[in-house]
Design a binder for this molecule. Structure first.
Ligand code: S3P
Length: 427
């Protein structure tokens, strides 16, 4: 399916329990199972392209995987050298975390990905890993995949990251678990913390003090992981925006992780005027629950702090900003330029094509809110751009092309969207 036509939505009132499971937690669950002594059990794993690639990679690394379609059971006898090139597909998380995991493993490994991933910067992980004795290389002096890794012994480190990136942090925590002494990692702002929570839950000695994480290497294998993956707030957010921009609409998004490093975009939407409430129903590794969103007229907002807490939601948030009264400003978000697409350009161009006044900056953009008009937008192979402009279509009608990327994170997106509006698949 390559193109879709979305009709404007009328008011709706829905409760959705089938939001895609969390992508970050799904990737981590199969990787961390490789560090356990015994069988890990993962329920509600995200069966999307990115995370299925990670599952395939752990199989190629010698893990025994039993999957009955409901629960995935993984046992590992230590990481084995792979006969295959390890294909991370579109996933930066997959590639960067596997770099940390494999740098200390016995053997030689090659990581690659699709044409988009092979163009994304890897020095942010290869440089700190090389500095602690890892043996890895890639195109352009180790900046681009394919990457090759020869596992080796790693030195302890005190690393101060200049970017708030959970991918870099998680890569270095995985490396630290097998380094030759206690390691510290600090970051300028707290990035999502699933790695710390999950590995601590498995018995790893990880202490978090503000922005600094101290990791004591593993003396023995960790306890197996038992987890039910909660719904992904980044996927849920598309439907939050759908409700927030459709007069008289309301939605309940069920079973979502309410980890504060993940729900900042909902807080901003609330600040813009949407009526949002949260109900905690469970707490395993992190708080989990329901988010209710009701339409209310939105006003402009400035977003300049805790950017890593809403980086993935900024494209969808921009659609809400576009319909809001007044100006909205996004600052300090240069990281958007190195996501699945250059999301500053793709958001700015997409909104301009809908007739809005948008100013582009190096580290963000300014959107002058107004009435969106129907347009044709190409996703540039970026799932979040595709879904964001489809949601914009609920307000004004829209044609969006290059849609296969949606399968990387949210395979049942259209099934759920059909509850809200009419969708015409063109090809
Ligand atoms: C992720 C971290 C974020 C996020 C990505 C998933 C993760 O990337 O954008 O979608 O699972 O660790 P950065 O760590 O590069 O900011």
């Amino acid at each position: 399916m390559s193109q879709v036509k979305i009709a404007p939505a009328k008011e709706f009132s829905l409760s959705i329990s089938e939001i895609a499971p969390d992508k970050s937690i799904s990737h981590r669950s199969v990787m961390f199972a490789m560090l356990a002594d015994g069988e890990s059990r993962i329920e509600n794993f995200l069966r999307a392209e990115d995370t299925m690639n990670s599952l395939e990679i752990v199989k190629n690394l010698g893990a025994t995987v039993e999957d009955d379609g409901e629960i995935i059971k993984i046992s590992s006898n230590g990481i084995q050298e792979s006969f295959e090139v390890l294909d991370c597909g579109n996933s930066g998380t997959g590639m960067r975390l596997f770099c940390g995991l494999l740098s200390s493993a016995n053997g030689h490994f090659v990581l690659t990905g699709d044409k988009y991933l092979r163009s994304r910067p890897m020095k942010r992980v290869t440089t700190p890993l090389l500095n602690i004795g890892a043996k890895l290389d890639g195109r352009e002096d180790g900046d681009f995949a394919p990457l090759s890794i020869r596992g080796s012994s790693l030195k302890s480190f005190n690393y101060e990251s200049k970017i708030a990136s959970a991918q870099v942090k998680s890569c270095m925590i995985l490396a630290a678990l097998r380094a030759d002494g206690v390691c510290t990692y600090s970051e300028p702002e707290l990035s999502r913390d699933h790695t710390e929570r999950m590995l601590k839950g498995m018995g790893a000695d990880i202490a978090v003090d503000g922005l600094q994480t101290t990791i004591t290497p593993m003396k023995k294998l960790l306890s197996p992981l038992t987890i039910r993956v909660p719904a992904d707030p980044s996927s849920a957010f598309f439907f939050a925006v759908a409700a927030a921009i459709t007069p008289n609409a309301s939605i309940v998004l069920e079973g979502v992780t309410l980890n504060s490093t993940r729900i900042e975009a909902f807080k901003v939407l609330e600040h813009m005027g949407a009526d949002i409430s949260y109900e905690i129903t469970d707490n395993k590794y992190e708080p989990i629950g329901n988010i209710s969103v009701k339409y209310a007229p939105l006003h402009g907002v400035t977003v300049e702090e805790n950017i890593s807490w809403l980086i993935d939601e900024l494209p969808a948030l921009s659609i809400a900003m576009a319909t809001a009264q007044g100006e909205s400003l996004v600052k300090n978000a240069e990281e958007l330029r190195v996501k699945e697409s250059d999301r500053i350009s793709t958001v700015v161009e997409g909104l301009r094509s809908c007739g809005l006044e948008v100013h582009e900056y190096k580290d963000g953009y300014k959107i002058v809110g107004g009435e969106l008009s129907a347009s044709k937008v190409d996703s540039d192979g970026d799932h979040r751009i595709a879904m964001s402009f489809i949601i914009a279509g609920l307000r004004c009608g829209m044609e969006v092309s290059d849609l296969d990327c949606i399968n990387t994170s949210f395979p049942n997106f259209f099934e759920l969207l059909e509850k809200i509006t009419t969708i015409e698949f063109i090809k």
